[in-house]
Design a binder for this molecule. Structure first.
Ligand SMILES: Cc1cc2nc3c(=O)[nH]c(=O)nc-3n(C[C@H](O)[C@H](O)[C@H](O)COP(=O)(O)OP(=O)(O)OC[C@H]3O[C@@H](n4cnc5c(N)ncnc54)[C@H](O)[C@@H]3O)c2cc1C
Length: 416
């Protein structure tokens, strides 16, 4: 708890001798950034707290972008997270951070403002991976609220949607577009959608669900080019097929937003590389003083991944890691707790709820407990070198808690 007479509450780790009154800056005003800010307050920090975001909107929820917002059953305003004014968070919205100077302990915003800090939380998330070439109007990606509304305006019963799929988001878009009556073609380079992350059986299950919903699923081929001078008219596939399309979604995964950190001295490798306490590492591998990262932008070591670091584009990870990062920033020397989650994820498509716990993508072997695409039930357990590392289910929510407990026990046993 804050010491009596200390206006700033708990000390900032490693910075008590370095102007703690400068306060904490959180860059990235979305799920992880907001949660980190709330957690800092909940954990006793009472100093200055500034949340910087490049979008013009207050923090909002992204999972509905491919579901309720795209379907038109939810309004954009309904996605905003509640923001408690009593928390005393200063919002700087609509202006990106463009530079971090670790020596001067400042961040620079695009409007040339320099903000000094005693502690920094990096929560800049990720952007949708863009199509590598110039593309005509009508080719979309989906990461933000404006993307979803632009895509929504082009969907309807007359639309011919082409989804270049990589993961769950592309599948969700296909499902929502079918609900809206659009003709949907889904192009997947692998033999099954999601095969690389979730294995052959889960991919087959998802493929059958797409086809049962009337999606024209083309696997083992990819989009070579989009057609149309100004406006999209179609696409040519790598097998030579020409398709008609009025609208397309490129859903090839996400790229962490680290450009603004390029010359900061932080270690960047498919994200901000952190240690197990969420401390951002410098390029020599040592932790940068009082700088932590959380959410989709962070990459950190997880015992199940062996020597490599993981990054997870999961809603629940953004929350849990933000809380852990806030705790690290406020911890006294020698009181750090490692961030060792059993991650979880969900995805809704065609009325089927997929749930995963652990990190299935780390598995080298999959045990299919149940796979019934007619009853729309799936349960696959993933192992890495014989140890359980994850589970994927569809419409088997009752099975999740047990798997979660077992994974937590496996994790604890592996750490001992
Ligand atoms: C369409 C869609 C559907 C999803 N569905 C699910 C789902 O069903 N289940 C699930 O578990 N997860 C889902 N997710 C993933 C989940 O939404 C993310 O894991 C979560 O939003 C990550 O939060 P974050 O705060 O780390 O990053 P983000 O939400 O990406 O937020 C980062 C913020 O930082 C801002 N920013 C970037 N650079 C700067 C800068 N230089 N300066 C200032 N601000 C900056 C960004 O604009 C953004 O506002 C979905 C994501 C999307 C896009």
């Amino acid at each position: 708890m804050p010491g009596a007479g200390d206006p700033h509450g708990r000390p900032l780790m490693m910075t008590t001798s370095r102007q703690p009154s400068l306060g904490i800056i959180v860059v990235g005003a979305s799920l992880a950034g907001l949660r980190a800010s709330e957690a800092l307050r909940a954990q006793g920090y009472r100093g200055q707290l500034t949340l910087v975001g490049d979008e013009p909107y207050a923090p909002y929820d992204r999972p509905p972008l491919s579901k309720a917002l795209l379907a038109g059953t939810s309004a954009p305003e309904a996605l905003s997270f509640p923001l408690d004014p009593d928390l005393g968070i200063t919002l700087r919205l609509g202006v990106p951070a463009v530079r971090l100077d670790l020596d001067a302990r400042t961040i620079e915003l695009a409007d040339s403002t320099r903000l000094p800090f005693a502690g920094l939380v990096i929560a800049t998330g990720a952007a949708a991976r863009p199509w590598p070439d110039r593309s005509p109007r009508g080719v979309h990606t989906l990461r933000g609220r404006d993307d979803a509304l632009a895509l929504r305006s082009e969907l309807g019963t007359e639309a011919r949607l082409l989804v270049v799929v990589g993961g769950f988001i592309g599948s969700e878009v296909a499902a929502t577009a079918r609900e809206l009556g659009a003709h949907v073609t889904l192009v997947e380079a692998e033999s099954q959608p999601l095969r690389r992350a979730m294995g052959e059986e889960a991919g087959r299950f998802l493929a059958e669900i797409h086809r049962a919903a009337g999606v024209d699923l083309k696997t083992g081929t990819s989009v070579s080019s989009f057609a149309g001078l100004d406006q999209l008219t179609g696409a040519t596939l790598s097998d030579g097929t020409d398709l008609d399309a009025t609208v397309a979604v490129v859903a090839l995964g996400a790229v962490p937003n680290t450009d603004w950190l390029a010359d900061s001295g932080l270690l960047l490798d498919r994200g901000v590389v952190c240690d197990t306490y969420c401390r951002a590492l410098l390029s020599d591998g040592s932790p940068a003083p009082a700088v932590v990262a959380a959410g989709d932008v962070a990459r950190w070591p997880h015992p199940w991944a062996g020597d490599s670091a993981v990054s997870l584009g999961h809603w629940s990870n953004a929350i849990e890691q933000a809380e852990a990062a806030a705790a690290t920033l406020l911890a006294k020397e020698g009181e750090l707790s490692p961030y060792l989650p059993v991650p979880s994820f969900w995805s809704d498509q065609y009325g089927v709820r997929f749930r995963s716990v652990g990190i299935p993508a780390l598995g080298d072997e999959a045990e299919v407990v149940e796979s019934d695409s007619i009853a729309r039930r799936l349960e696959v357990v993933y192992y890495r070198q014989g140890n359980m590392v994850g589970v994927l289910t569809a419409n088997r929510i009752s099975r999740i808690a047990g798997h979660q407990r077992r994974l937590a026990a496996e994790l604890a046993a592996g750490i001992e």
